[in-house]
Design a protein around this ligand. Structure first.
Ligand SMILES: [Zn+2]
Length: 140
């Protein structure tokens, strides 16, 4: 994770790099600015260029960042493999995080499954073939 460029969403409006989060400067801009408004640090992800302003604040919580990334990986994994068991994967992702972070810390950022069930279901459905309404739609 440390030196990876990770886009927070498919629209690429935010990016995480070295536990700092950046917001795209404007629509279609290649430049991202630190989410702390008074900071002034910028990042151009491709090719990777930082301006010479150092962040004047601590980096984001590693726990929060790792939870965010673990959830992103989970939903992506489920989009590619819609037949897997979401609650099971969700539990395993939590267990991996719990090797590094305390349950108390994780509880701030990792929601109970009942709270994310709908979001996960949305990702699972994305790539599942549609259920045919008529027999002529069935292709063998
Ligand atoms: Zn900053």
């Amino acid at each position: 994770m440390e030196n990876e460029i990770v886009y927070v969403n498919p629209q690429k409006t935010q990016v995480i790099y070295q536990y700092f989060r950046y917001q795209r400067a404007s629509k279609n801009s290649e430049i991202y600015v630190c989410v702390k408004r008074t900071c002034g640090a910028t990042l151009k992800p491709e090719p990777r260029i930082r301006n010479n302003i150092e962040h004047h604040h601590p980096e984001e919580s590693h726990c929060e960042t790792e939870c965010l990334l673990a959830f992103k990986n989970l939903t992506r994994h489920l989009e590619e493999n819609p037949d897997l068991n979401p609650p099971e994967l969700y539990r395993k992702a939590y267990e991996r995080l719990a090797k590094t972070y305390s349950h108390k810390e994780l509880s701030q950022f990792w929601k109970p499954y009942s709270k994310v069930r709908n979001v996960i279901a949305h990702h699972v459905r994305k790539n599942k073939p549609k259920i045919p309404k008529e027999t002529k739609e069935i292709k063998i």
